[in-house]
Design a protein around this ligand. Structure first.
Ligand code: UD1
Length: 422
């Protein structure tokens, strides 16, 4: 199993190109099921989660292929010959986002059979809201043998559905399903993450009629069928936030090409409060961070535009070496502090009280062998390794490969001493 070895203490300086967002690319790929025409997606990142979604779509009968272009990797998908409506356990178990094929399959084929994803490292993560929403749209839902069976043989019918809790993939699933429903659908208390706006724009380019994009109420006027389209995947705000924190943590200066302040409003303002200088340029963001001035700042995770839970572990690594203390409160997932014991093994001073962690900054972290437990936890250990004294070896890096494209190359180009051991 691959490991990553880092010798810490080098300030990052240079330029990093931000990739297309994994969490935008996955629902966009699933959207190809809604049409028998070709969907072209530009700026698709090269990640193992994208491979898993490609495998799943191939099993459903989708023809897909990739080519390189000056705008990044381009993927063409055609669901002209859908041959299956089943997302099997083996694929869904590997990647929860597989559940994104549920809404499009019911809408286009009238049925779907999707394995229940079960819990994961960061919490129980139910999909009850996806199912309640589809039921409200007229699908008949049954659960049997660990599978969700959804049927709407006469098609879905528009409705008003209010999410009791904001759900990102729940919103995406219902948004996609509603594009082909009869009449109007209102999704109230919808998630407002930029990846949802990116999906809605793509669906509109395919002929859907969606308004309210960027707000918490999406209005969808159903259409008979959708067309193909060519669409660009938005820049990965989580990757941008991660590298901004990496620059801040090492006291470096890094240009993040393609990063946008409007995609990370709360992160940007908290970084500024912590003493980091951020400058927006025409083609990205420059992060300039005098390490000795880094201040502890409290953070609470919230749905967009609040602070993303997917950046909580990285913020904790940053706060581990800040002056003073920081209270980090996780409100989205119930078990998302798996990185705490690992950071403590590197000398961080963190105590967890329920859903809050109190981080008291220390003057120096120490390299150690550590273990990645999930995608964002693993990158927080990379960040800690970059600033730690001595050598850090991170085990189970397959988590990292799910969501960070060329992480070692990108960091090495900014001077980091990081390598993969196979
Ligand atoms: C998505 C992101 C993930 C991110 C998360 C929160 C993708 C592929 N993944 O995950 O990276 O960490 O948003 O920003 O985009 N919930 C229910 N019932 C449901 C659905 C969700 O109770 O049917 C709860 C969840 O347990 C969680 C909260 O709602 O506590 C938010 O989860 P949700 O937004 O659905 O996360 P995902 O879409 O799975």
């Amino acid at each position: 199993m691959d490991k990553i070895m880092i010798k810490g203490g080098i300030p990052l300086t240079g330029s990093i190109k931000i990739s297309g967002a994994k969490n935008a690319a996955l629902p966009l790929m699933a959207a190809c099921i809604l049409t028998d025409k070709t969907l072209e997606l530009i700026n698709i990142p090269d990640l193992s989660d994208i491979e898993s979604m490609s495998e799943l779509l191939s099993q459903l009968g989708v023809a897909l292929g990739c080519k390189e272009s000056s705008q990044g990797r381009v993927m063409c998908l055609s669901a002209n010959n859908l041959s299956s409506t089943t997302a099997p356990y083996d694929v869904v178990r590997k990647m929860r986002a597989s559940v994104l094929v549920l809404g499009p399959l019911v809408a286009r084929a009238g049925e779907a059979h999707v394995s229940l994803p079960g819990g994961c490292a960061i919490g129980t993560r139910p999909i009850d809201l996806h199912l309640k929403g589809l039921e409200a749209l007229g699908a008949e839902i049954t659960l049997e043998d660990g599978y969700v069976h959804a049927k709407a043989l006469k098609g879905l019918v528009g409705t008003t559905f209010t999410f009791p809790t904001v759900s990102v993939t729940g919103t995406e699933n219902l948004l996609m399903a509603a594009t082909l429903a009869e009449g109007q659908t209102r999704l109230v208390n919808a998630a407002r993450e930029p990846e949802i706006g990116n999906l809605a724009q793509c669906l509109n380019a395919m002929g859907a009629k969606i308004t309210g994009i960027g707000t918490d109420t999406l209005l969808i006027e159903g259409v008979e069928s959708l067309n193909g389209a060519s669409h660009s995947v938005v820049a990965d705000r989580i990757e941008a936030g991660t590298y901004a924190m990496a620059a801040a943590l090492t006291g470096g200066k890094v240009q993040l090409k393609g990063a946008r302040l409007d995609l990370i409003p709360t992160v940007a303002s908290l970084l500024q409060q912590a003493g980091v200088i951020l400058k927006e340029e025409e083609d990205g963001l420059v992060v300039d961070a005098p390490l000795e001035h880094l201040q502890g700042v409290d953070v609470m995770t919230e749905p967009f535009p609040g602070f993303a839970t997917d950046l909580q572990a990285q913020w904790m690594a940053l706060m581990s070496v800040a002056n003073g203390a920081s209270m980090i409160t996780e409100t989205i997932f119930e078990n998302r502090f798996m990185h705490v014991p690992e950071l403590c093994r590197m000398g961080a001073n963190i105590t967890v009280h329920g859903s809050s962690a109190l981080v008291r900054g220390v003057s120096q972290l120490k390299g150690a062998p550590v273990m990645a437990t999930d995608l964002r936890a693993s990158v927080s250990l990379v960040l800690a390794g970059l600033v730690a004294d001595g050598e850090t070896v991170i085990n189970r890096v397959y988590h990292l490969d799910r969501g960070y494209e060329s992480v070692e190359e990108k960091l090495r180009a900014c001077g980091a001493d990081i390598q993969r051991i196979r």
